[in-house]
Design a protein around this ligand. Structure first.
Ligand code: FE2
Length: 203
């Protein structure tokens, strides 16, 4: 099957000022689209053409770095759009209690996400994930993903410069502060936790 860019679950200006409509136009319309186009081109006519994106990623991880990068970036961006919301909402009681036991409090988790995201060298992703019944913060470099690994991702934040440069220039901490405080979709995180299995990229 050919994959498509996942639609944004909000209006393009819904994340402003953390992320502007202009940034979303490029990031969603050009960057994500390019990763999807390259993935589709690479799998066309191969045995991976009928597989879900998670299978493409798992198969390419050790055998085809180019396909892996594009397929993983396709997945990560679909997951990222859903990790954001115009209004953050609140973690469910179950999620809140796991946050408290892993990090102390929601504010402590937010501080840790900002610290890990700001400290991450060069491009990549910072994740909140559930692993073996506990919450953890994970980082992946460049296009790497948790989609096919032994962890259930709950939320992700894009740390590539294309995610924030138009709005915040080189000030990644400012972008992280606005996203983590105001735009993380705690309802999506709770849904992922409750399902207990990794989110599936829409076919
Ligand atoms: Fe990105």
């Amino acid at each position: 099957m050919a994959f498509a860019v996942t639609p944004l679950p909000y209006d393009k200006d819904a994340l402003s000022p953390a992320i502007s409509a202009e940034t979303l136009s490029y990031h969603h319309g050009k960057h994500h689209q390019a990763y999807i186009d390259k993935t589709n081109k690479a799998i066309e006519g191969t045995e991976l053409a009928d597989q879900p994106l998670e299978k493409v990623i798992a198969s390419a991880r050790k055998t085809d770095q180019g396909l892996f990068n594009n397929a993983a970036q396709s997945w990560n961006h679909g997951f990222y759009w859903n990790s954001l919301a115009s209004e953050s909402g609140h973690p469910t009681d179950e999620l809140k209690s796991m946050i408290d036991s892993a990090f102390g409090s929601l504010d402590d988790l937010k501080a840790k996400l900002k610290e890990r995201g700001a400290g991450h060298f060069a491009s990549g992703w910072v994740w909140l994930a559930e692993k073996g019944g506990k919450l953890t913060i994970e980082e992946t470099h460049d296009g790497d993903t948790l989609a096919d690994l032994d962890a259930n991702p709950l939320l992700v934040i894009d740390l590539w410069e294309h995610a924030y440069y138009l709005d915040h220039q080189n000030k990644r901490p400012e972008y992280l502060d606005e996203v983590v405080e105001n735009k993380l979709n705690w309802g999506f995180a709770a849904d992922n936790l409750q399902r207990g299995t990794t989110w599936v990229y829409p076919a």
